[in-house]
Design a protein around this ligand. Structure first.
Ligand code: AMP
Length: 307
């Protein structure tokens, strides 16, 4: 099975109530690659970086099965930079800086070998760029997942609506689902968004879990109550990497299997928040992942008998 992931590869500056880092590697494609590589290889990456992007990170990701043939490195320019600050309620954050840098003129060019890939993860990026990736596929992928954020709803809504028509699943958080649909009720929001194109909708609710909608069905996965929540940056992309990694690995796009994929995504995201940036994701073993997935099973497993 093959997986293509497009997204940002970046430097982030992050402040949470528990600490601060001025420069750490981040970006949506970076998190997806660190996560999905636990389930499937290779991960064909499509992104752009400046000459400042660490060669050690590239080597580390390559050693985990990431393919950089679709990642452009632009001499004399800087990588995308994002800075955010979390308050005590870490479900919300303020974006302080978004310096697009090399992302401003990103014109993705898919290597020939990427054009028939079966699973496509469109990580958070300008919808116009996401569309260009879809248009370069010579065979329609079996499953296309789109991640986006309020930033693109604010400045590129028509482009986003165009991409929505071409994808199978959308991932957004609850406030973004409300913004996109104009509906407060998440059930009504889901109905409205599924009319825009995606047959599946995943609404992430941070420490309150995630919802999966499809036709008239809905599935809920909790988030694991954690002792240490250090930095939620990248949790959404990590969730996406676990979700699509599991789907691509199992080659099964049924609603039933997607429920498992949501649990895998939630388990991976629960690791991500335990350290700054992608640090925790770099340390995981298959055993850690299996144990964490089992924690989720135990959390929600109960017998009930109705009389
Ligand atoms: P998440 O916390 O999952 O929403 O993702 C955080 C990551 O998204 C950070 O590492 C940022 O570098 C990246 N990011 C933030 N804003 C954007 C944007 N407008 N376009 C692409 N990537 C972004």
């Amino acid at each position: 099975m093959s997986l293509l992931a497009v997204g940002s590869m970046a430097f982030d500056a992050i402040e949470t109530p528990f600490g601060k880092v001025n420069k750490i590697v981040g970006g949506s494609a970076t998190y997806v690659a660190y996560t999905a590589s636990n389930f499937i290889k290779p991960i064909q990456l499509v992104s752009v970086v400046g000459e400042d992007f660490p060669k050690e990170t590239v080597a580390d990701l390559e050693s985990r099965g990431a393919d950089f043939a679709g990642v452009e490195r632009i001499a004399g320019k800087k990588s995308f930079f994002w800075s955010g600050k979390y308050h005590l309620d870490m479900n919300t954050r303020d974006t302080l800086v978004t310096d697009l840098n090399v992302l401003a003129d990103f014109d993705p060019k898919l290597p020939e070998a990427y054009r028939e890939t079966e699973y496509l993860m469109l990580g958070n990026l300008d919808p116009a760029v996401q569309l260009k990736v879809i248009e370069q596929m010579t065979r329609r992928p079996k499953f296309i997942v789109l991640d986006t954020m309020n930033f693109w709803m604010d400045i590129a809504l028509p482009g986003l609506q165009e991409v929505l028509k071409k994808v199978d699943a959308l991932m957004v958080n609850d406030s973004e689902a409300r913004q996109l649909s104009g509906q407060y009720s998440l059930v009504k929001a889901a109905k409205a968004i599924m009319k825009m194109g995606p047959r599946f909708l995943i609404i992430k609710k941070g420490e309150h879990g995630a919802l999966l909608f499809h036709e008239d069905k809905v599935f809920f996965a909790p988030a694991l109550p954690l002792e240490e929540v250090f930095d939620p940056t990248g949790a959404g992309d990590t969730f996406a990497g676990g979700f699509i990694g599991h789907i691509a690995h199992t080659h099964d796009i049924s609603f039933e299997n997607m429920k498992t994929a949501i649990i895998v995504g939630s388990a991976m995201a629960s690791f991500c928040v335990e350290k700054f940036g992608p640090e925790k994701l770099k340390m995981l073993t298959r055993y850690d992942i299996d144990m964490r997935i089992q924690d989720f099973v135990n959390l929600v497993n109960f017998d009930i008998q109705l009389v």
